[in-house]
Design a protein around this ligand. Sequence first.
Ligand code: ZN
Length: 345
Amino acid sequence: MTTNAIKTTIAGSLPKPAWLAKPQVLWAPWQLEGEALAEGKRDAVRSALKMQETAGIDIVGDGEQTRMHFVHGFLQGVEGVDFSRLKRIGIRADRYEADCPTVSGPVARKNPVHVDDVRFARANTTNKMKFTLPGPMTMVDTLADEYYKDRAKLAFALAELLNAEARELAALGVDTIQFDEPAFNVFLEDVRDWGIAALERAAQGLTCTTAVHICYGYGIKANDDWKRTLGGQWRQYESTFPLLAKSSIKQVSLECANSHVPMELISLLKGKDVLVGAIDVASNTVETPEEVAATLRRALQFVPLDHLHGCTNCGMAPIARPIAQAKLHALTAGARLLSRELGVA
Ligand code: ZN
């Protein structure tokens, strides 16, 4: 039996300060340039770490403060991806349109992309640290491919680059590498046919903890509209979780707060750590500790206590900073409340 309190972490992004990027906007352009931008990013990372530490988050991240977007941040360092040729395409099965760079040749990672970011973040916190990278399938879905013309082929090519990057980041002291795969909730057959295999290729040989985050997207209008079409029960996880249970990935981060995901689907993740989203990122209403505890308590019917972590549903990039901060406090207060109740605090 475990004697540890329930651990907390975040899915990934946090809002950026207004002086760094326009608030509450995805893909918000930087407000600074050159050395001022580099310094601004470092200040923002320090501040994001502090925000989590103050709230009592156990496994912290850099809040993705150095990236304009969670997919394109890594791709900006990849050869063969042309950011001068942005194409407006429908992504996540045409749920919304985004300006995506073009794949114009073989992809290659000539230099490490996030090594400096990780080195800086690692030096600025003593907590356990997680770093997020986009998953291969979600990357493919956020690119205009004119070269591979085969989604699986491109995914495996990108997975190789991700793996090389992830190994270097882990060597710098990252405790958890998480791959973000919101596309896993959209292309269910592709997940089965090549998505899991590409994800495992990206995580191959990593000795740190590995995680995958699968959600129903940021709290933006296109996603809210889509969720309304999914009916009273969201069962996308039902086909994916058994595949993930058999995979080498150790943790699964998923959306539970205010969602129509039937909680019992968690039982399909036997053996995995489950990062239960107990904070709704599509609402400005701050959860009470009791509400967070209630979500985690419901999850406990389907996952053993020592495999349960409290988490946010998704990244918090598009929400206001003070609200994000309050939600982090609610998350840790709720996890503590339940831990005390269970006698593991
Ligand atoms: Zn997400």
